[in-house]
Write a protein that binds this ligand. Structure first.
Ligand code: CP3
Length: 657
């Protein structure tokens, strides 16, 4: 029994990790145990018992047993003992069989077959000690005198135990296998498929096996789906637990490392051991994957180092997110979150404690690490590269820095022609190569499993920081400049368009699959101003993006500007929660995708409310091709991580088609 208190179980537990188990008979108990230890359970039955109804081998066994033809009978499972006698019931008298068994040496592999034998009225001569592998059976049988030439029957449990047969035969015994039932694939294979998918896509942190047949069937299904190598890679990236040595040997024989084995081969002990060990194991595996990525980064495209050789279930171009960008119908609604790699995440805060925000952006290995961690922790459908929309202002020498609590500050804002003349010649995306390096490292770490999103600020939002010198409430300096010095405005905007276009293409060159343009603050303008002072520049920026790369055009608080934003460009328009998604899409028309629009503050509600709201958004999208689920704006630093993970799971679950 497990003796930890509920409190200890949670504290020392899975901590919200995704745990997959394959139990059939004990599915409900397994789920409850995993959840009790703080895991998110996915239990996918991997096998079904198919009794061999017309079983000539069983009849042959009975005939020989009754004729005194066996000296030793080994029973491997409790279910098997009962099933065997049930199959024989129609043809043989049970008391005759029992009497014959009492005349032989009966070996029970453990307490379960022993109990089944006692039910029949047979006290087993030998009960094999834990961990009940073939080695303990062999040791027990070896104790018997004159093993050579003994006639031994082995009640099998699905597949033959070749090791045991071979070892007994090597000792001169005559071995007869008695197959009782076989394991088949479950009638409904979909849960098994879903588990394979989750493992391949790295959405399973811990995978638990409780019988070797589960392994065989899992591998068989993966082979049927053409995903065997990916499954193996996915398993070796997760923390893998095996209930006992038989199961562990089967895993190792199939090239899968076993990370967790409990002291006793029992379900409760396995889950408890996994809860205690899995978090550290996956942290360790993630670190070494990133180390591999670091080493391989300079030649990321040509060298198969680190994790570069991971191949996913589908080509990257067919990932659901990229299919949504093309307004095709993906198998589920893809989801990622603006600011998914940020302060709400303890892993981020740990890195941030040791490095300034700008240092994190400028050191590709740190940027890649937090980018990848967010993807792995959340199970989102894309990585957005860790960077900032203001980075293109760095080379302008305007004194960009980030103040704790206050956000970005620009010491020398651009408000006059002379300011621009100083800054403009310095404007170049070349200084931003570190973002490209971070994308390459992220690609190496993620392989082809997830698309990478590059991003930049839209010209208006970037200009507002440059002119205001930081965040703003009324955009007084920006709008005043726009209204009073339209030529200067035009030159500032053109400079930004040039750098931003180059910067986006640099990210695409490095491996970004799509880009998002953030016009976070353009909602402070009315439609006329947007048309005149913003639209030409946003359009030019989007047009500069290398063709073939999808563009998401995002803004907030722009209910009055949606049609104009659509006209400015983008394959997908990002909308916030202030608009009804169905209405917004009706206004935008079917020729464009829509991203959004969950209120980030609703992540502070309970999961029931989160579910209700996610469903409302999916219903509003109505399965129309081209919906990408996202927040209406970035995640706030105080957001509970568990709710963020719950949202991702909910979207995947509710939208599966
Ligand atoms: O989405 C991601 O996970 C990728 C990283 C990302 C950051 N900023 C990291 C960041 C992205 C996409 C951005 C975009 C960004 N940056 C926008 C547009 C999105 C939006 O929210 O509208 C804007 C306006 C900025 C400018 C900016 N950078 C502000 C206003 C702030 C301070 C506010 C805040 O959230 O702290 C930043 C700093 C910043 N950018 C942080 C992060 C993780 C916090 C830095 C820290 O750790 O102290």
């Amino acid at each position: 029994m497990i003796d930890a208190t509920a409190h200890d179980e949670k504290r020392g537990g899975f901590g919200g990790l995704h745990v997959i188990a394959f139990e059939s008979r004990m599915a409900a108990e397994t789920r409850a145990l995993i959840e009790r230890f703080g895991g998110r359970a996915m239990v996918a039955p991997a096998m079904a018992e198919a009794p061999i109804e017309d079983n000539p081998a069983a009849f042959e066994f009975a005939d020989r047993l009754l004729a005194g033809g066996f000296d030793v009978v080994i029973f491997l499972t409790g279910v098997g003992v009962r099933e065997l006698f049930r199959a024989l019931d129609g043809r043989y008298r049970r008391e005759d069989l029992v009497a014959a068994l009492r005349g032989a040496t009966t070996v029970a592999r453990g307490p379960k077959p022993a109990a089944a034998l006692r039910e029949l009225g047979v006290e087993p001569s030998i009960s094999v000690p834990e961990p009940n592998t073939w080695r303990e059976i062999l040791a027990a049988v070896d104790e018997l005198a004159k093993i050579a030439e003994r006639r031994i029957a082995i009640q099998e449990y699905g597949t033959a135990n070749h090791d045991l047969c071979a070892a007994l035969e090597a000792r001169g015994a005559v071995v007869t296998a008695v197959p009782v039932y076989r394991w088949t694939m479950p009638a409904d294979r979909e849960p098994l498929r879903a588990a394979i998918r989750a493992i391949v896509e790295r959405q399973a942190d811990c995978v638990l096996f409780t019988s070797s047949h589960q392994i065989a069937n899992l591998m068989r299904q993966a082979a049927d789906d053409g995903a065997l190598p990916q499954l193996r890679q996915g398993l070796n990236r997760a923390a893998v637990g095996s209930i006992g040595p038989i199961c562990a040997a089967e895993l190792r024989a199939r090239g899968i490392e076993v990370d967790i084995e409990p002291a006793h081969p029992k379900l409760g002990h396995l889950v408890k051991a996994a809860a205690a060990q899995a978090p550290a194991i996956i942290e360790q595996k993630r670190k070494s994957a990133l180390a591999g990525a670091r080493m391989a980064a300079p030649q990321a495209r040509t060298q198969k180092g680190g994790e570069a050789d991971i191949s996913p279930l589908y080509a990257r171009a067919d990932h659901p997110l990229l299919r949504a960008c093309r307004r095709e119908r993906p198998p589920y609604t893809p989801v990622w979150l603006m600011r998914q790699a940020g302060r709400y995440m303890p892993e981020y805060r740990r890195v941030r404690e040791r490095h300034s925000f700008l240092e994190m952006c400028q050191r590709p290995e740190l940027a890649a690490e937090v980018t990848v961690t967010a993807v792995e922790r959340l199970g989102v459908d894309a990585a957005i590269i860790f960077a900032d929309i203001l980075l293109p202002l760095l080379p302008l020498n305007v004194g960009l820095h980030y103040e704790k609590g206050d956000g970005p500050v620009i010491d020398r804002p651009v408000r006059r022609a002379a300011d621009l003349e100083r800054a403009a010649p310095l404007a170049s995306a070349e200084a931003l190569g570190f973002v490209g390096d971070a994308i390459k490292m992220t690609r190496t770490a993620l392989g082809d499993r997830k698309p990478i999103i590059g991003f930049a600020g839209a010209p208006f939002t970037l200009a507002s920081y440059l002119i205001e010198g930081g965040g703003s409430r009324n955009y007084q300096a920006t709008k005043t400049l726009m209204y009073t010095q339209p030529d200067l405005w035009d030159r500032i905007m053109k400079m930004i368009v040039r750098v931003t276009g180059d910067y986006l293409n640099l990210q695409i060159e490095a491996g970004a699959d799509l880009v998002q343009i953030f016009d976070s603050w353009v909602g402070c303008l009315g439609p006329d101003d947007y048309r005149r002072y913003v639209m030409p520049y946003s359009r030019a920026t989007i047009a500069a993006v290398r063709s073939g790369t999808p563009v998401i055009h995002f803004s907030a608080d722009t209910a009055s500007l949606l049609e104009l934003m659509r006209a400015a460009g983008g394959d997908v328009i990002g909308v916030d929660w202030r608009v009804d998604l169905a209405h917004a899409w009706a206004r935008l028309g079917d020729g464009v995708g829509v991203q959004g629009n969950f209120d980030p503050i609703a992540l502070f509600a309970d999961t029931g409310e989160i579910r209700r709201r996610a469903k409302a958004i999916l219903d509003a999208a109505g399965g129309r091709p081209g919906h990408i689920f996202n927040l209406g704006h970035g995640i706030l630093p105080e957001t509970p991580v568990d709710n963020v993970r719950a949202l991702i799971d909910i979207v995947h679950e509710l939208s599966a088609r």
